[in-house]
Design a protein around this ligand. Sequence first.
Ligand code: HEM
Length: 173
Amino acid sequence: MRQKRTWRQRRRLSDPIEEHAAFNDTESKFAIAGHPLHAMLITYPVALAFLTFGADAMFWWTGDEFWPRAAVWTAGIGFIMGVVAGISGTVELLIVPGIRIRAPSWTHFILACTLLSVLGVNWGYRLPDPQEAVLPVGILISALGLLMTTITGWHGGKLVFDYQIGTQRDHGT
Ligand code: HEM
């Protein structure tokens, strides 16, 4: 006897993105031997955002003027490398149709642009007088940069591990 089909089965819900073969290709193209450049480059802004906050905290704790000088360098290089990492991510976003069509990629782009703005402000604010800038505004911007780095980095991981963005779908088995 034929089974009665449910309303959901009759309506056949489908994902319009999955139906287009070109959009199933989410593999990283901006890569060296299949290793995405973006994943390599983001390590710099992530590490340097943590170091900037650490240097500010050390200055608050010890009062040693070495730390504001260190922080102006970590903030500056962190911002520049963040922009470089952002460019690599943007190239990926624009050249891979399966990445470009998916909304989470754009959420990540917005989070990253917010982060890069915070990193840029953190550097620019310190340039005129690195020592004077730290307490309280500099360290607060560093804390915000740290928070945004954590959120953006977590979301980047979500793109890769939850949505398989940047990965090869057919593992050649
Ligand atoms: C400004 C524009 C940015 C765009 C358009 C972008 C785009 C992407 C894309 C498409 C991926 C998927 C993997 C790949 O294809 O490489 C990704 C992964 C990732 N992104 Fe971004 N990104 C940007 C900036 C950043 C920044 C500034 C950070 C720093 C926190 C970041 C952190 C990550 C992380 C941690 C991953 C996961 C890497 C992995 O586990 O392989 N992204 N991003």
